[in-house]
Structures are given as structure tokens and as C-alpha cells.
Design a protein around this ligand. Structure first.
Ligand code: AMP
Length: 506
């Protein structure tokens, strides 16, 4: 039966599915495309036996393993809505997600089963099963016992395939509803744009509860019949060792900064790779340059989000410009508007980034008002990211809208200040935030990671005053050992704002 997303996988199966590796694990286990078909079929059967019906949510908080991927594909084949949850979420957070998403089945780590079963039962979840990092658990046992032949449940392009909760740094997390075609169309677009073929071997060290690891990396390979080298978590030494056998790697910027610390990172060590992709957080222009100097490869940076899949990408052939996320992907419309008036802005003017296309989600789960508030009448989605489009059509992101600083009535875009600070001698990286200030409303504040040879605060402030308009200059520079980051490597400015909330007595 037609199942829009899984048909994409079927359409790109190797001629002999048992002869081609889909996943090779860090322990050297090879799972073929025949294994993918059998195991996802077994999970689909097991889900149906458990009472999962088309459109039902299947919530999963489990460690990364090949069975996690087979469970995802089994849910898609059974017509269910796959709902992966960050492994870091606590019982209180799980309580919120389960109560909100109302799944029929919740799969969790065996080690957490006792505590979470009580939470799930309270939230009204009918079935609770387990899946561990070793791919074993009661849901895996159910799949062992289930028939591997499964006739896919019919699902059209607009039917939901997944709900992913946004990281939600402010307010409640929202469930982004992603349709079969949101995922399938983006996988095909990325495959074409990044020239993936069945010969590709991708280093996959990303978490699988997030759009980057679950959809971008996994679906692109599924849409080509290629191979994943699957690491449970990122380890620079292991990733480097795999590069001799791989053709591509997708990572968050921290993968690249950590790999740059490996003395073994050389042109020779990366000679087999044809593509390094970065996303989920801004890649420093310096990292881009250092990587090119060490390896000869220009990292391809792209921009997307849970709600929209991927929107823009630097070109495969053509200039990959450091500090930009490239032009809109084919089929995706990107514009920058004045947040106050909604007027579309000319090239180089900074404003709110809005996107429209087959990649953009169907709305927030059970939040019609929030959905309505974030879509324009002409169908564009308001991303919440501020940026500009240069005359060459490349998008530059200057930060999240909520990170914009308004000081003495002037708008300050943190990225501009961060770029100036990062260029000062001895600075490793920086985060610029606004903190409550009696005179200015918000005081521009720099939080800096530096090497011992960095200039003291007063000298740094003087250097910045020579380069930036007075209102943009930080009032204080605070030195820290490292910036707080989430699992995807994003700097958590909300944590910094909370930590230093009273710096100016605010
Ligand atoms: P998430 O929904 O967790 O994938 O987060 C999406 C957000 O990450 C976007 O709205 C951007 O703020 C940020 N982001 C993703 N990719 C990039 C990038 N290449 N450069 C800068 N920010 C990015």
C-alpha cells in the first residue's frame, strides 16, 4: 500500500538488499537493507499488535541504537506518528510531553522504566515498553516475536509522520507536526543538493532524537541507499579514524572545533571525504577557515530548524562562504521582513527570516493559536531568527529574535559584536547578551572564553570602542571557562541571562 515516506526508502533500495550495509555500528556490526526491511516490518507488526492505530503517537525516550531507527521506520510503516524525546529530559519533563502528546505507547530506557512507568501511567499511556542502548528491551523482544512481513499502512503526503518537540528555551516546548512529505521532500532536496548517491558512507555521530540526526542525516542516506557509520555518540578520535572509510560527515559546530584539536586531523586523514556539513548552530568563520587550512575542505554550512527541516544551504559547487548559511534550497522560499510592519526588506537589511515550502511543518500539536500566530496569511512561517540576505542571495543569521538586545532604544544584533570580540587576540569565543539595566533598559554584556594571553577587561573594552558605535559596545566583559551549550552545541544564552541577571543591579 502507498506509504509516502517509506515508499521513498523502497524506491532507493539496493538491487540486492542483503548485500548492502545500511548501518555499521561502532562495534563493527553490519546491518543490511534486508535487515532494515525485516526489522522495521517486525516493529510495525509489534506496534499494530500493541494496538497502535494510524495517527496514534508512539513516544520514545531511548538511547541511540540501530533498533531506534528500525522502530522509527516501523512506526512510519504502521501509519503512526513517531515522537522521539531528548534522552536528557527528566521525569517531570516526560510527564509534560506524555500528557500533551497523548501517545498510545511510550518506549523508554530499561534503567528508567520503573520511575517513568508511573509517570506514563498517570498521563494515561496505555502501553509502556523498553529499549536500551544495546537495542534490547521489551519492545525489541516484541519485534523478535513478530512477523517481519508487513503491508505498509497507506499514508499520503500530508499525513503526519512525526512530532518533534522544540528545544523550548522559553516557555513550554511545542510539538512540531511533521508530515510524510515534509520529511520526504526535504530528504530528496538535500540528496540532490549535496549529491548523495548509493556509494556514500556517512559518519553519523549525532543524537537521533533531533531533526539533524534523525531526519537530515538518516533520511538522506535512506533516500539513496547509502551506508551509515553509526557512533553512539561523538568522539573525535573515533570519528577521525572512520574518515578513511567514509565519504561524508554531518555534524554540529562542536564536532569541528573538537576535531581541530586532534593532531591527526590532516589533508591525508580526510582525503576520502567528499563533504563535511555543519548545522544546528552557527559555525564560527574562524572554524571554517581553520578547517580549510588543515584539511583542504570547505565545510558546507546549512540552516534549518525542527519546524521547517532544512531551508538554506551553501552550494555543493560554488562558493561556500564562511559565516553564511547559503541561499534558499530549491523549492524553498526565504525572505527577510521588517518585524514591525511585515514589509519585505531589500538585500542586506536585517530583519525577521520567514520561510515557505514543502519542508515547512503543519503546525504545533494541539496549539492552534500558537500555530496561527507564527504563520502569515500568505503561508510564510516566522522562524524567529533574525538575519539578512546579501546581494548574492546568501542568508546571514544574526541571532534568534529573542536574543536581540535593545539598549537605550537602539537594536543591537549580538552576532556583530561577537564577531568583533572573536577577532581580538587571545579570544576563543564569545556570547553577547542583554541584561536588565536601569538606564539603558538592557546593557550589552559580553561573556568570553579566552586564552591566558588575552587582554584584561578594560583594555578589551577600549579596543571595541575603537571599532563599534558607542551604543553597541559592551558595558562589561565577563570571562568564563566555557559557554553553556545544549546537546546540539547551541549556546544557551537564556542560561547566561539567568546567571548574570543582576549584574547591573536589575
Ligand atoms: P532546532 O529546532 O533545535 O534545530 O534549532 C533551530 C535553530 O537553530 C534555528 O532557528 C537557528 O536559530 C539555529 N540554527 C540552525 N542552523 C544554524 C546555522 N547554520 N547557523 C546559525 N543558526 C542555526
Amino acid at each position: 500500500m502507498p506509504n509516502h515516506l517509506f515508499d521513498l526508502v523502497r524506491a532507493h533500495l539496493p538491487v540486492d538488499p542483503s548485500a548492502k550495509t545500511f548501518i555499521e555500528t561502532g562495534d563493527g556490526i553490519h546491518l543490511s537493507y534486508a535487515d532494515l526491511l525485516a526489522r522495521s516490518g517486525a516493529y510495525a507488526t509489534a506496534l499494530v499488535v500493541l494496538g497502535v492505530k494510524p495517527g496514534d503517537r508512539v513516544a520514545v525516550q531511548a538511547e541511540k541504537s540501530p533498533d531506534f531507527i528500525f522502530l522509527y521506520l516501523g512506526a512510519v510503516r504502521a501509519g503512526a506518528v513517531f515522537l522521539p524525546l531528548n534522552t536528557a529530559y527528566t521525569a517531570t519533563e516526560i510527564d509534560y510531553f506524555l500528557s500533551d502528546a497523548d501517545p498510545v505507547l511510550f518506549v523508554c530506557d530499561p534503567a528508567k522504566a520503573e520511575a517513568l512507568a508511573a509517570v506514563a501511567r498517570k498521563a494515561g499511556v496505555a502501553e509502556i515498553r523498553t529499549l536500551g542502548a544495546d537495542g534490547r528491551g521489551s519492545i525489541a523482544e516484541a519485534a523478535d516475536a513478530a512477523q517481519t512481513d508487513f503491508s505498509d499502512v497507506t499514508r499520503g503526503p500530508d499525513d503526519l509522520a512525526a512530532i518533534l518537540y522544540t528545544s523550548g528555551t522559553t516557555g513550554r516546548s511545542k510539538g512540531a507536526m511533521l508530515s510524510h512529505d515534509n520529511l520526504a521532500s526535504n530528504a530528496l532536496t538535500l540528496k540532490e543538493s549535496w549529491r548523495f548517491t548509493a556509494d556514500d558512507v556517512l559518519i553519523h555521530a549525532l543524537p537521533v532524537f533531533h531533526t539533524h540526526g534523525l531526519f537530515v542525516a538518516t533520511n538522506v542516506v535512506l533516500a539513496t541507499g547509502g551506508t551509515l557509520l553509526f557512533l553512539a555518540k561523538f568522539d573525535p578520535g573515533r570519528a577521525l579514524a572512520l574518515m578513511a572509510r567514509a565519504t561524508a560527515m554531518m555534524g554540529v559546530p562542536t564536532f569541528y572545533t573538537r576535531l581541530l584539536k586532534e593532531p591527526g586531523l590532516t589533508r591525508e586523514a580526510t582525503a576520502a571525504i567528499r563533504l563535511f556539513v555543519s548545522g544546528s548552530a552557527p559555525l564560527l568563520a574562524e572554524t571554517h577557515r581553520d578547517w580549510q587550512a588543515r584539511t583542504g575542505h570547505a565545510i558546507l554550512e546549512r540552516y534549518g530548524m525542527t519546524e521547517t527541516n532544512m531551508n538554506t544551504s551553501n552550494p555543493y559547487a560554488g562558493a561556500r562562504v564562511a559565516g553564511t548559511v547559503g541561499p534558499a534550497l530549491p523549492g524553498v522560499a526565504v525572505r527577510v521582513v521588517d518585524p514591525e510592519t511585515g514589509r519585505v526588506l531589500a538585500a542586506d537589511a536585517v530583519g525577521m527570516i520567514e520561510v515557505k515550502g514543502p519542508n515547512v511543518f503543519k503546525g504545533y500539536w494541539r496549539m492552534p493559536e500558537k500555530t496561527a500566530a507564527e504563520f502569515k496569511a500568505d503561508g510564510f512561517f516566522i522562524t524567529g531568527d533574525l538575519g539578512k540576505i546579501d546581494p548574492q542571495g546568501y542568508v546571514h543569521i544574526v541571532g534568534r529574535g529573542k536574543d536581540l538586545i535593545i539598549t537605550g532604544g537602539y537594536n543591537v544584533y549580538p552576532k556583530e559584536i561577537e564577531n568583533e570580540i572573536d577577532a581580538l587576540p587571545g579570544v576563543v569565543e564569545s556570547a553577547v547578551i542583554g541584561l536588565a539595566h536601569a538606564d539603558f533598559g538592557e546593557g550589552v554584556t559580553a561573556v568570553v572564553v579566552a586564552r591566558p594571553d588575552v587582554a584584561p577587561e578594560a583594555e578589551m573594552l577600549r579596543a571595541l570602542e575603537a571599532r563599534l558605535a558607542r551604543y553597541k559596545c559592551p558595558k562589561r566583559v565577563l570571562f568564563v571557562d566555557e559557554l553553556p551549550r545544549n546537546a546540539m552545541g547551541k549556546v544557551q544564552k537564556n542560561v547566561l541571562r539567568d546567571t548574570y541577571a543582576r549584574l547591573y543591579g536589575g
